[in-house]
Design a protein around this ligand. Structure first.
Ligand SMILES: *Cc1c(COP(=O)(O)O)cnc(C)c1O
Length: 423
C-alpha cells in the first residue's frame, strides 16, 4: 500500500506531491493570537469554513434585501426550489439516487421523522437494536420512540456490544443477537461510522442481516457523510440520516440530510408526518385542497427550509464537487495511514489506536487511547496549537480531513503529542 517515512521532510514532500493540497487555501484555518495557523484535527466535530461560503450567503442576503418576499421566485436562486441545488451533489457524496435524498431540518429531528415512517412497532415486534456506544442523541431518540409507543425503554432496547475488553463490535455478535431476538426487533438503527471508535460498519451486510429477519434498517451517518463512501443505495438500507456541519463543512447547526430508499419513494401507506413542503410542489401554493404527496425523499420535507443555511451547504458541496469525492477518499486513506504510522512509530506502550487497522473499515478519524491520561492532555495539546477532541475516559479523537489538513499538520500533531507524553 503506502510507504511512509518518519521525519518532517517526508511530510513536506507528500504535501508537495498532493494534487489536492491547494484546497486548504480555500478554507479559513483558525489561528492563534499571533496569527499562527492551528493544527485543526476536529473536522469530525465541526468542519472548517470554506472561503466561498460568505459569497453564497451574501447572494441570498442581497436578494432578500432587494426583493423581499419576491425572492421566493425571483431571487437568482429562487428559494422555493433552493433544496434542488443541493440534491445531486449530496446524493453523489452519500452514494444515492437524487430521488432518495433531500436536505431538511436537523439531524436528530430527522432521525425521529424517519422513525415515524420506519419504526412501526406491533405488540410482538417492537424492539429497537442499536450499538451500545451509540451517540447519546441517537440513544435518547430511540428510547423516546419506545416510550412514545407505550413500551419500556429499557426492555425494548437491544444493545450490540463490543466483546468484553474490546472496543469494536463484530458481525458474529450481531448475527447471534438477531438469531435470538430477530422476530422481536422492529428496527435496527446503527451509526454507520461510530463517533467514538471511528469504526466504519458494513452497511450492506447489516442491512441484509436485518432484512432477513424482517426488521427495518436505518443508519445515522453523521460521521460518514463526506468522510467515507457510504453507497447508501446499494446498501439497501430503508433510511439514513446525517448532519452537514461535521465533514460537510456547512457551519454550526446547519441543516441535515435524509436518505429514503427508492423502493419507498412512492409508498403512500407509510406513516409520516407531513406539511406543505411534502405536498405536490406544482399545487403547493394554491393553498387548498386534498393533500397530494410528493414522491421520493422530498415527500418527507415539512417546512420551507432555512435558505441561508442551504446556501452554506451549497458552497461546501461545490468545493467537494470541485475536488472529487473519490480523490478525497483516496487522499484520506493516505493521510490517516500516515497518522497511524507516526503514532505507531512512537512505540509508546500507553498508546493504543482503537480504530480498525483496515483502511476499508474506517474513515479519516483515529481514536487514540492514552492510558493514564486525562483531559489535561487535550488542554496541553490546545496550548500547543493542536485542536483535538477528548472523549472520556482516555481517548483523543483525531480526524485529519483530506480537504484542508496537510501531511505537515499530521506530523506536527504527533511531534507535539510525543513531547507532551515525554514530559
Ligand atoms: C453529531 C451527531 C449527532 C448530533 O445531533 P444534532 O441533532 O445534529 O444535534 C447525533 N448523532 C450522531 C451519530 C452524531 O454524530
Amino acid at each position: 500500500m503506502f510507504h511512509f517515512k518518519s521525519g518532517l521532510e517526508f511530510a513536506l514532500q507528500q504535501d508537495k506531491k498532493d494534487q489536492l493540497s491547494n484546497f486548504r487555501n480555500q478554507f479559513h484555518i483558525p489561528k492563534d493570537d499571533n496569527g499562527n495557523e492551528l493544527v485543526y484535527m476536529t473536522g469530525n466535530s465541526l468542519g472548517l469554513q470554506p472561503k466561498i461560503t460568505k459569497d453564497y450567503i451574501d447572494q441570498e442576503l442581497n436578494d432578500w434585501a432587494n426583493l423581499g418576499v419576491e425572492g421566493h421566485t425571483k431571487a437568482k436562486n429562487p428559494w422555493t426550489q433552493y433544496h434542488n441545488y443541493l440534491t445531486e451533489t449530496m446524493a453523489d457524496i452519500v452514494g444515492a439516487k437524487p430521488l432518495e435524498v433531500v436536505v431538511m431540518n436537523s439531524l436528530t429531528a430527522n432521525l425521529h421523522f424517519m422513525m415515524v415512517s420506519f419504526y412501526q412497532p406491533t405488540p410482538k415486534r417492537y424492539k429497537i437494536l442499536i450499538e451500545s456506544d451509540a451517540f447519546p442523541s441517537d440513544k435518547y431518540a430511540v428510547e423516546s420512540q419506545l416510550r412514545h409507543h407505550g413500551f419500556d425503554d429499557k426492555e425494548g432496547l437491544i444493545l450490540w456490544k463490543a466483546p468484553k475488553d474490546e472496543e469494536l463490535v463484530n458481525y458474529e455478535d450481531l448475527e447471534t443477537i438477531l438469531k435470538i431476538h430477530g422476530d422481536e426487533i422492529a428496527l435496527v438503527m446503527i451509526g454507520g461510522v461510530n463517533y467514538y471508535t471511528g469504526q466504519f460498519l458494513d452497511l450492506k451486510r447489516i442491512t441484509s442481516l436485518g432484512h432477513s429477519y424482517g426488521c427495518k434498517v436505518g443508519f445515522d451517518c453523521a460521521h460518514g457523510a463526506g468522510n467515507v463512501q457510504l453507497n447508501l443505495h446499494d446498501s439497501g438500507a430503508d433510511f439514513a440520516v446525517w448532519c452537514t456541519y461535521k465533514y460537510l463543512n456547512s457551519g454550526p447547526g446547519s441543516l441535515a440530510g435524509i436518505f429514503v430508499h427508492e423502493r419507498h419513494a412512492n409508498n403512500k401507506n407509510l406513516n409520516r408526518f407531513t406539511g406543505w413542503w411534502s405536498h405536490n410542489n406544482q399545487t403547493r401554493f394554491n393553498m387548498r385542497g386534498e393533500f397530494d404527496q410528493l414522491a421520493g425523499a422530498e415527500g418527507w420535507q415539512m417546512s420551507n427550509p432555512a435558505i441561508l443555511s442551504m446556501a452554506a451547504i451549497r458552497a461546501s458541496l461545490d468545493v467537494f464537487k470541485d475536488a472529487g469525492f473519490d480523490k478525497l477518499c483516496k487522499k484520506s486513506q493516505q493521510l490517516t495511514g500516515y497518522l497511524e504510522f507516526l503514532i505507531n512509530e512512537l512505540k509508546n506502550p500507553n498508546i493504543k489506536i482503537i480504530t480498525p487497522k483496515n483502511p476499508e473499515e474506517r474513515g479519516c478519524q483515529l481514536s487514540i487511547q492514552v492510558k493514564n491520561a486525562d483531559r489535561s492532555l487535550q488542554h496541553k495539546l490546545l496550548q500547543a496549537n493542536v485542536i483535538t477532541d477528548w472523549r472520556e475516559p482516555d481517548v483523543i479523537r483525531c480526524a485529519p480531513t483530506p480537504l484542508y489538513n496537510s501531511f505537515e499538520d499530521v506530523y506536527k500533531m504527533v511531534e507535539i503529542l510525543k513531547n507532551l507524553l515525554d514530559e
